[in-house]
Design a binder for this molecule. Structure first.
Ligand code: PMP
Length: 433
């Protein structure tokens, strides 16, 4: 198929998408009258218009146009427990009916939840917030207070929140503290070491696997090297585990044998409700100990809300236990291996760790990708892939991000492998190296 006919194939797929989803189209048009571009969360925008979901059940989402999808997006890792887990429903209903919301006071439950989070993720102390972005902002504040320094080393392709993005290799235009970042190259230890040695650096913040940046895993040598270089320079090492904490019973730090000074969390940890958490060394977290005259405030109206402290606790204690986390990661590893098998010998590959992965269709066809900036994606093929997967009833991010929901039937994962194999067969010559 020539480039011309490939563009035709995308146009035809768009046409079928538009015809199949008239209600979503109308809802999008209506939304543009009150939300810029009809959107309040940029990542969900998709052309010609996004599909609107009416509901979710277990591992599925059901669109306003009446189509049922297998949810392979998993709310960007946050919907680990699916959309209607009975134990979470029970825990949340119990809060609504018998405990009450917004009690405006300390509760036993926040201690129970904090104790569980500390023990699972090897933290001496933890504090809660309402999003991963917030958790990272507070962790950076803690590092600055502790060291008395202000600069922070981050990595190209990294993402730590709505005002903490580095995808283009520099702080995004709407980043906080734009002048204070030293951006190094991901998976490049020499670059990291040089950045860490910069005068006035308080902390280095890194994802063990860059999630939003394309599911590129840090090598063990790189991550351990960053930890060591930071330690030697008196710079705090912050591991962003917002996504990766679900990859083992103790998160990626445990998998890779890392001992960060601080770790940050969010997404699935709240049992499906809004959450952020940050914690680690007690001496650093003491910055927020209100009994000390030197302390600073860490505030947030909903930090200890009864809904999230119950749902998150139920999830950790009963559903995503340590053994379940280890088992589930193997499910993801097996799926990614199969996806790479059916796409082998082509320009398509799947990167990631455990149940978090991303499809790439690169121009050069390499399968060993260390960082996003090393490859150029074939945007036309990526778009075609997305439209065709949507048509086959798989809900995934337009940029190719995939994360798994617990208890997604193995048959659905196999069906996805089949759909990918069919796509590869149909466009084999366009995908060839
Ligand atoms: N850190 C990482 C690694 C993330 O993937 C995200 C969200 N994609 C965040 C931080 C920000 O979390 P939130 O969207 O809850 O603010």
């Amino acid at each position: 198929m020539s480039t011309h006919s490939l563009t035709d194939a995308v146009e035809a797929a768009k046409q079928r998408y538009t015809e199949a989803n008239p209600t979503s189209k109308a809802l999008h048009e209506e939304a543009t009258l009150s939300l810029p571009g009809g959107n309040t969360r940029t990542v969900l925008h998709a052309g010609p218009f996004p599909i609107y979901m009416k509901s979710g059940k277990n591992h599925q989402v059901i669109s306003e146009d009446g189509k049922t999808y297998t949810d392979l997006l998993c709310e960007f890792t946050a919907a680990l427990y699916g959309h209607s887990n009975p134990r979470l429903q029970e825990a949340i209903t119990n809060v609504v009916q018998t405990i009450g919301m917004n009690v405006g006071a300390n509760t036993r439950q926040e201690t129970l939840f904090a104790r569980e989070v500390c023990s699972r993720f090897a933290l001496e102390r933890v504090r809660f917030a309402n999003s991963g972005t917030e958790a990272n902002l507070h962790a950076l504040a803690a590092a600055r207070l502790f060291t008395g320094k202000h600069k922070v080393v981050s990595f190209s392709g990294g993402y730590h929140g709505g005002v903490l993005g580095f995808r283009g290799g520099a702080p995004a235009k709407n980043n906080v503290d734009k002048q204070d970042w030293v951006v190094a190259r991901y998976n490049d230890l020499e670059s990291a070491k040089a950045a860490i040695k910069t005068e006035g650096v308080a902390a280095v913040i890194v994802e063990g696997m860059q999630g939003a940046g394309g599911c590129f895993a840090g090598t063990i040598d790189f991550l351990r090297g960053v930890q060591e270089a930071a330690h030697d320079a008196g710079v705090l090492f912050i591991l962003d585990e917002v996504m990766t904490s679900r990859l083992s019973s103790g998160g990626l730090a445990q998998m890779y044998g890392l001992k960060p000074d601080l770790k940050t969390f969010g997404k699935w940890l709240g049992g499906g409700l809004a959450i952020g958490a940050f914690g680690g060394r007690a001496d650093i977290m003491a910055a927020f100990d209100p009994r000390l005259s030197t302390s600073v405030a860490h505030s947030g109206t909903f930090n200890n809300n009864t809904l999230v402290t119950h749902a998150g606790y139920t999830g950790l204690k009963e559903l995503y236990t340590s053994s379940e986390a280890e088992r589930f990661t193997q499910v993801g590893e097996a799926l990614r291996a199969k996806l790479n098998e059916v796409s082998s010998g082509t320009r398509m590959c799947f990167t990631g760790l455990g149940t978090i992965m991303a499809v790439h269709i690169t121009k050069c066809g390499t399968r060993e990708i260390l960082r996003a900036s090393d490859v150029e994606e074939d945007q036309v093929m990526m778009e075609l892939f997305w439209f065709e997967m949507i048509e086959q009833g798989f809900w995934l991010a337009k940029r190719g991000f995939v994360a798994l929901i617990l208890e997604t039937p193995q048959e659905e994962l196999d069906r996805f492998v089949g759909a990918v194999a069919t796509f590869v067969g149909k466009y084999r010559s366009e995908l060839s190296l």
